[in-house]
Design a protein around this ligand. Sequence first.
Ligand SMILES: Cc1ncc(COP(=O)(O)O)c(C=O)c1O
Length: 434
Amino acid sequence: MSNWLDLYDDMGNYLAPSMAKDHPNIPVVKEEGCYYYGVDGKQYLDFTSGIAVTNTGHRHPKIVQSIKDAADNLVHGPSGVIMYESILRLSEELGKVLPGNLDCFFFANSGTEAIEGALKLAKFVTKRPYVVSFTGCFHGRSMGALGVTTSKSKYRKFLQPSHLSYQIPYADVKGCPEGVDQEVYCVEQLEKDFKRLFNHQVTPEEVAAVIMEPVLGEGGYVIPPSAWVKKVREICDEHGILLIFDEVQTGFGRTGEWFAAQYHDVTPDIMAIAKGIASGLPLSATVASKELMKKWPLGMHGTTFGGNPIACSVALTTLEILHEENLVENSKVVGAYAREQLLKLKEKYSIISDVRSAGLMIGIEISNPQTGELDGQAVMKILDYALEEGVLFYLCGNVGEVIRMIPPLTITKEQIDDGLAMLEKAIQRYLEEQ
Ligand SMILES: Cc1ncc(COP(=O)(O)O)c(C=O)c1O
């Protein structure tokens, strides 16, 4: 057999180029804990968690065992044809960590599918045609989810969805004038935005749902004031509109709470969860209260692979590990430590224009210090240099201006120090070249 690196060099001919070379895309042979191991034998500290998925660390021994044990009994459902213990036990356990009365589940495979389920449920139950989303939010790439995704216009190019949704601005935390209370400013803006929308474009009675990321992810890691999120809840309640939280990225301890809903102390009517749910196995869910789910009759939605028995068993083990190892608390404590260290770096390097974080969901914004412009080009270079040093970061933001730091929740303060020392070297190298 040929060396697979020959295939790697030629991957654009095998894998759709639209996907094949996301950044940084290094060839890897093994993953363990907070590290990847490259074909070059090099160890890479991972600050991406496979895009917020491996919250329990890579290949946690209990996860590996759980996969093996589950595969000894059942590999495939589907849950519409047979019934199995893991899917029911998982529902029971998830209900204990989700906020409020969110305890009834439709299991699927990916984040975008969980969003499809949420939108379908909201429209069916309310019999209303429209959905409102926030500019900058990312909700997935299937056509329904794309209809409410506006983090980058390129995702919608030539694919503009035929069903209508309306967008209003996300919490404008950076636009707040000096001396004005940020919370008050954001809430006032939100009230104006909804008023404008309801007066000029769509009546509230036609709106099935408002969908939002309770912390902005792909769009640039913005943490809105909780008062702003609460105001969204209030406006929805006033008009009988369902509130959907997309917690695909923020879930399972990422923000230092089980879900961002608890971070803001706001319970939505419907939630979409995925990514960190099963430590790397494909699984997601649309979640609502029993009362709401029961209004969605038999046959209105379905799946062949969703709620796979191995994935459900592994999700149960994931919850066990998050509990046993106190990883939600670790996210809060180590996240606060990382923030402190990053603020010190911000003092030293004016290229860092902002540090935004909730738990271990951390964004490091990079701007050109001379012009003040957000600088996606600089981020690409810094990430490449950081990779050469031995640490993997991801990126986000409309022009890729934010270094996205989302390590496994098992990360230690020492590993944070290691990673940030490598980031600092990468920044220095970038600056020396300017
Ligand atoms: C907030 C959010 N929603 C939805 C999705 C889509 O998830 P998936 O890629 O599993 O379809 C993502 C993926 O990055 C996400 O971050």
